[in-house]
Design a protein around this ligand. Structure first.
Ligand SMILES: [Zn+2]
Length: 644
């Protein structure tokens, strides 16, 4: 079909709506049904085992009436067989993740699953309960605990444990306990070493970029449905409610460290720099239950998430899983994690841990083997396939991480982004090179015409690559945008990974409809948990270097309530600070409280108002601070991704 003909039939209406699966996609998805062992229903059985009650409601609302959580939108997953627009393996995972409610794991160990991306584990202690990982938002955390109370009776929360520093494992804490009870010592909070630093820094320093990327990653803006978001790999989605944080009162630092809380004995294992920078597993000798936190779930996890994070250590990940087997292998009867469903039985649990260990070790070692043989990141990604002895297991599939992007992560960790071919050392930036490519390729029309032929042949990866040049050369070429969207959409329909699917389909959505408004709301609890050095670090990230060219500003800070002093130094367009010092030649000295700083950060007041109220005292030239803040960028978040 010629380009002109296409234009006539491609009306605005049908170009904006998601399309059906193309024949190639149908064939590929049908082939998956033969490739994998769909007759094995053990995961369905495990995910249903011990169900006490489903959630009281499939929809949980926030105070302002918006949906914090909505399982109803996933009703389409009740259809038994996968539609042609969803990879059957992902469809299967998406169906299992629909098992929601209160579950009994063993005597005294319960889980609420399917009320958020993560699980809340509830341990019955002698006189109350210990809560492990209170979900992302207070609204769902409260609903989860209420569901437990409804069927097990009301019991006091004795302690909360955060297994690691990701938001889906702490954000709902104020839905299950009062901060006042933590302050008086009535409720303990346990967490691994470096928890606070990791929890806070990940959400702030690169927060705006990460949050925009996370919309692609989880498919936040996509409608739920056969042509939209079906799952998030680890669970259905992230809840969208009130995020809170209370600092731990008891920090675990050593492997083998034990705690006995209200009659429940726990043995901890430190697993830093694996799935999270601060993470630990927990073994309960009395219940013979091992909680792997997020080290072993029913998926291949991420060595580097596509939303962005610091790259993880696949080799250490394997080591800690091996260590867990060595520590508790002769005692484990049930394995639980803070996502997905448990595995019962020692042999099944150990087999699972061993396979998980080997998945990460394989990805790590084989990537480096191939790198040492001269292959580059772009080559190793698609080359790296798990061995059949692993890949045949459902828990080794690509639902959240993929072997492809994990291999690239290992390459990045050891060798970085550069493939050592200087043609790639300093290429023209995307827009400029796209214009040249399109010129060499005979112009946009010629590229589109050829790409249409390849689209018909099912060459979607190539079409996406080629048409990307046309879109970047001319983002107003809606015909190119639509064809690009069509190609990415087919790739999304084929993807086994939920995260890949969400990425492709979000890109298709934005190419067709533009970038939707994506408000980024920083949680007050996370902001006030920033240390003062982190606060200055974030200021440094916001400093507009070119604007600050040639400026020198030196400010002393004296935070009286916390007894901390700093010199903040702007020089060479770089903002640095030194604790425990005051510069004699400073432009100004500010004396204030940390509480006043928090109020300003949360925009409850302004710097000027606090000065006027006498809450900030100034010696020297106070205007210098205003000069500094005028150099700071405000991040908006809704930046373009699939267009220049
Ligand atoms: Zn998690």
């Amino acid at each position: 079909m010629k380009a002109e003909e296409y234009r006539q039939t491609d009306t605005i209406e049908n170009s904006h709506a998601p399309k059906d699966a193309e024949p190639t996609t149908m064939q590929l998805n049908a082939a998956v049904l033969k490739e994998l062992n769909f007759a094995n229903r053990e995961d369905f059985e495990d995910a249903q085992r011990g169900l006490i009650a489903p959630p009281a409601s499939a929809v949980i609302k926030g105070a302002d009436g918006h949906d914090v959580w909505n399982l109803q939108t996933y009703d389409f997953l009740k259809r038994k067989d996968a539609p042609a627009t969803v990879n059957p393996s992902l469809w299967r995972q998406a169906q299992i993740n629909m098992n929601a409610g209160l579950f009994k794991v063993v005597e005294r160990v319960y889980q609420v699953r399917g009320l958020d991306l993560s699980n809340m584990t509830i341990i019955e202690s002698d006189s109350g309960v210990i809560i492990i990982d209170p979900l992302i938002s207070t609204e769902v955390a409260r609903a989860a605990l209420d569901l437990y109370y409804q069927y097990r009776g009301k019991r006091r929360v004795i302690a909360v444990i955060y297994t690691h520093s990701h938001i889906d494992h702490f954000g709902g804490v104020k839905g299950v306990i009062d901060e006042a009870d933590v302050k008086t010592g009535k409720v303990k909070i346990l967490a691994p070493e470096r928890f606070m630093e990791a929890a806070v820094s990940e959400n702030v320093t690169a927060g705006t970029a990460m949050s925009r990327r996370a919309h692609y990653w989880y498919g936040v803006m996509l409608p739920r449905g056969e042509r939209g978001q079906v799952d998030a790999g680890l669970g259905k989605a992230s809840s969208m409610g009130t995020i809170t944080l209370i600092a731990p009162t008891d920090v675990i630092t050593k492997t083998g460290e034990k705690r006995s809380i209200d009659g429940v004995e726990m043995v901890f294992q430190m697993a830093p720099d694996t799935e999270a920078p601060a993470e630990m597993t927990i073994f309960f000798p009395k219940f013979k239950v091992f909680d792997s936190a997020e080290l072993a779930c029913h998926t291949l996890h991420n060595v580097l998430t596509l939303r962005g994070a610091q790259v993880r250590d696949a080799s250490k990940w394997a080591f800690y899983l091996n260590e867990a087997i060595a520590m508790h292998g002769d005692q484990i009867e049930v394995l639980i994690a803070q996502h997905h469903w448990p595995r019962w039985g020692r042999d099944r649990s150990i087999k699972f841990l061993k396979d998980q260990r080997d998945m990460y070790k394989y990805v790590h070692d084989q990537t480096l083997r191939l790198a040492n043989e001269g292959y580059t990141m772009a080559e190793i990604g698609p080359m790296l396939k798990l061995p059949t002895t692993l890949a045949r297991h459902w828990y080794a599939r690509d639902y959240y991480g993929t072997a492809n992007h994990n291999a690239k992560a290992v390459y990045q960790k050891y060798l970085g982004w550069y493939d050592m071919n200087p043609a790639n050392l300093n290429p023209l930036p995307p827009e400029e090179s796209a214009k040249n490519y399109v010129r060499y390729m005979g112009g946009a029309k010629a590229v589109i015409a050829q790409a249409r032929e390849d689209f018909k042949k099912g060459e979607y990866r190539w079409v996406a690559q080629a048409i990307n040049q046309v879109v970047f050369a001319d983002p107003n070429n809606q015909e190119a945008r639509n064809l690009q969207a069509d190609a990415l959409e087919q790739l999304g329909y084929q993807a086994e990974g939920s995260t890949w699917r969400n990425n492709y389909l979000t890109a298709a959505y934005e190419l067709r409809n533009g970038v939707p408004a994506t408000p980024t709301t920083a949680s007050p609890d996370v902001l006030t948990a920033l240390t003062i050095p982190m606060f200055f670090d974030f200021m440094g990230v916001r400093l507009n270097g070119p604007k600050a060219d040639g400026m020198v500003i030196v400010l002393n800070w004296d935070f009286t309530d916390v007894g901390e002093k700093y010199v903040l130094n702007l020089e060479n367009s770089a903002l640095t600070y030194m604790p425990n010092q005051q510069a004699p030649n400073a432009d100004a000295t500010f004396t204030l409280t940390r509480a006043a700083l928090d109020a300003i950060t949360l925009e409850r007041t302004t710097f000027e108002k606090e000065i006027a109220a006498g809450n900030i005292k100034i010696q020297g030239n106070g205007k210098k601070f205003g000069e500094l803040t005028s150099l700071l960028d405000d991040f908006k978040g809704g930046f373009n991704i699939v267009t220049p």
